[in-house]
Design a protein around this ligand. Structure first.
Ligand code: GUN
Length: 282
């Protein structure tokens, strides 16, 4: 089975559109503010896609562009201004940012209730404690895709390749919450192949082109590919799709798997942030 991320995301987008419409009927406005620094082409493309989808569900979006030379103080001032602006529901600083600016300082300066990425330590801590939190969009999307195949993940062995704050770590927290047994693999892990082979659910966010082969995967496993890599001008995932699809029960393609879900979850998080800032429950 090929997991159709585009179709599942389209269903979610349609639900989001309805929810936005209900909120707007009550006289409220939703707005996502995105800060884009420098001229890194992939970031420009990601931001454009986020804006396009926001427009599709009638969430207003603005992109605030800064040159790569911007100093930390000016950036923090802008974030502070957005924090205070009641018209802004969500704030996203597109990563990576230039190295002369401390990433942690920037993330920590975002109001946790407007932190659509779920990167603020308050949201990270709440997720780790099993409390209500804004959850990073990509892991949230991955979990939805897995649950589209099986509803009950209790006792399943999930293996995650990658330990980043964006993907691997929050993914592990979400799967623990679902009562999975979780293994996180990373660049210093030994014997990746045999560790992966134990997985009922394999999630790869390694960033290495077609690293996961058919003989790394247990028969009947669910395989989610977070990788976006370039091979001869073609976008490929971390998983050797044609090889792995022969053994997996379900697998996401790249593109058309995790990517569309990430954006849909970003818009869902924007609504969640709006509700938090306006003390609306649910
Ligand atoms: N750069 C790559 N992925 C992401 C993401 O999910 N959020 C932000 N802010 N930057 C990114």
């Amino acid at each position: 089975m090929i997991i159709d991320g585009k179709k599942i995301a389209a269903e979610l987008i349609s639900e989001i559109k309805n929810e936005v419409s209900l909120i707007q009927k009550k006289g409220f406005k939703l707005k996502l503010s995105v800060i884009l620094i420098g001229d890194f082409l992939p970031s420009q493309i990601y931001v454009k896609n986020k804006q396009k989808k926001a427009r599709e569900v009638n969430i207003e979006s603005e992109v605030i562009k800064f040159p790569k030379e911007i100093n930390e103080k000016d950036l923090l001032n802008k974030i502070n201004e957005l924090n205070k602006n009641p018209d802004v529901s969500g704030i996203l600083v597109q990563l990576p940012i230039p190295t002369h600016i401390k990433k942690e300082k920037v993330i920590n300066s975002i109001d946790p209730n407007k932190d659509v990425d779920g990167f603020h330590p308050q949201n990270v801590g709440n997720l780790a404690s099993g409390n209500e939190a804004i959850v990073p969009c990509t892991p949230l999307g991955c979990l939805s895709l897995v649950k589209n195949v099986v509803k009950d993940l209790s006792g399943k062995h999930a293996v995650i390749i990658g330990r980043s704050n964006l993907n691997g770590k929050p993914m592990a927290q979400l799967l623990l919450k679902e009562d999975c047994t979780v293994t996180i693999l990373h660049s210093k892990s030994k014997d990746l192949k045999s560790e992966c082979k134990r997985a009922d659910i394999l999630i790869s966010a390694a960033g290495i082109c077609e690293m996961v082969k058919g003989d790394w995967v247990k028969k009947g496993a669910i395989v989610i590919d977070v990788g976006i890599n370039k091979k001869n001008d073609k976008i490929t995932g971390d998983v050797d799709f044609d090889d792995v699809k022969k053994v997996a029960k379900a697998i996401t393609p790249v593109p058309g798997g995790v990517g569309p879900m990430t954006i849909a979850c970003l818009l869902k998080n924007t609504i969640k942030c709006f509700k938090r800032s306006n003390s609306i429950n649910r």
